[in-house]
Design a protein around this ligand. Structure first.
Ligand SMILES: Cc1cc2nc3c(=O)[nH]c(=O)nc-3n(C[C@H](O)[C@H](O)[C@H](O)COP(=O)(O)O)c2cc1C
Length: 342
């Protein structure tokens, strides 16, 4: 198997987390402890992403940038309109009238690809499916290693055929959006280490494994399954350097939250979050990403600012109870020491 294109001392990766948590400070902190950091390019303007890249590049550390592959699925206008009506009252709670016109955008895909081709970074990871092969080729020709996020052996095969250099294999326990290529179906609920073994039986590519890594034992188990590195997201969410909102950080430490659920309620794409009032009240969010993301955006921003954890998308992986506060470098060091990597 070829080596994973990561040049960190430790086989530990700080997973990309869009929407605030991934910051340049977090990337610096985890890199200082020997892990490989990712910047999250999703939801960001190309200008904001470019500024982060230049800041991190100046530090001389290796790093990756993650992008959302635009959705090509049509939005069911009737289901979307019904959901917009369903959410009206949630908006009222914050004095908001949610905009019911479906917004579908590509998250500035072309501009971000052009940026990364003009100013290549060591690693680019892609999530939510595969782009045109020409985009993968352009990134590779610019000198980047390209990773695709996959959730099944079948997706791994498609990614290998598309010419990527490696895979981010994401298990269903992962916090935040599922990387599934088909958001209408949920992948089989197998543990991440089992999924890694199945993927490695299917393709000969280096694998970074993510999803539910909640401590040193999970790191060990995942590496034993054949992953060349293990990515952690949720474990970093409460750290000093993470840009997670205060409301989200507090909820992650609040014993009143009892479980995580996979929900489409906030964005129209399945994502793992702490179960709250919003996920309970709207168990049937339509399959309409990014239209639902845009529909609920103002509400979620208002909820975050107001400390309303009941209406916020509290992304969390199954291991959220182990997410510590304090410096992110300490999280990486404790994982590495406990897993016998140092
Ligand atoms: C708050 C949050 C935001 C995320 N945003 C992204 C993202 O922008 N791109 C991506 O590929 N994955 C994203 N993910 C998924 C992570 O990259 C990773 O797969 C996941 O965190 C691993 O599982 P864990 O949370 O159990 O550690 C996000 C996860 C969280 C918790």
């Amino acid at each position: 198997m070829p080596a994973a294109p990561l040049n960190s001392t430790l086989p530990i990766v700080a997973a990309p987390m869009a929407g605030g948590p991934s910051t340049v400070a977090l990337a610096h902190a985890v890199a200082s402890a020997g892990a490989f950091p990712f910047l999250a390019g999703g939801y960001k303007s190309p200008q904001a992403l470019s500024a982060e890249i230049e800041q991190l590049r100046a530090s001389g550390t290796g790093f990756g940038v993650n992008l959302f592959v635009p959705s090509t699925a049509p939005v069911d206008a009737t289901a979307f309109a019904a959901y917009a009506r369903e959410l009206e009252e949630e908006g009222v709670a914050h004095g908001l009238q949610l905009d019911p016109s479906p917004v579908i955008d590509d998250d500035h895909w072309r501009e971000k690809i052009a940026l990364l081709v003009r100013h290549p970074v060591p690693v680019v990871s892609l999530t939510f499916g595969l782009p045109d092969a020409a985009d993968i080729t352009a990134l590779k020709n610019a000198g980047s290693s390209v990773l695709a996020s996959v959730t099944t052996p079948q997706e791994a095969r498609l990614a290998a055929d598309a010419g990527v250099d490696g895979l981010m294999v994401q298990g269903l326990a992962a916090g935040g959006h599922s990387a599934t290529f088909d958001p209408t179906q949920l992948p089989e609920p197998v543990d991440t280490d089992v999924l890694v073994r199945r993927v490695l039986q299917t393709v000969d590519l280096p694998v970074v494994a993510a999803g539910g890594v909640d401590g040193p034992e999970a790191v060990r188990r995942t590496l034993q399954a054949g992953a060349q590195a293990v990515a952690v997201g949720t474990l970093l969410l409460r750290t000093d350097e993470a840009g997670t909102s205060a409301t989200h950080k507090q909820a992650l430490g609040d014993p009143a939250f009892a479980e995580t659920v996979l929900t489409r309620a906030f964005t129209g794409r399945p994502a793992r979050a702490l179960r709250n009032g919003f996920t309970d009240r709207h168990p049937q969010g339509p399959n309409a990403y990014p239209a639902v993301h845009h529909l609920t955006r103002a509400l979620r921003q208002a909820a975050g600012k107001a400390g309303d954890a009941d209406r916020l998308h509290l992304w969390a992986g199954s291991g959220w109870r182990n997410a510590p506060t304090g410096p992110a470098a300490d999280v990486i060091r404790r994982l590495a020491e406990g897993a016998g990597l140092t």
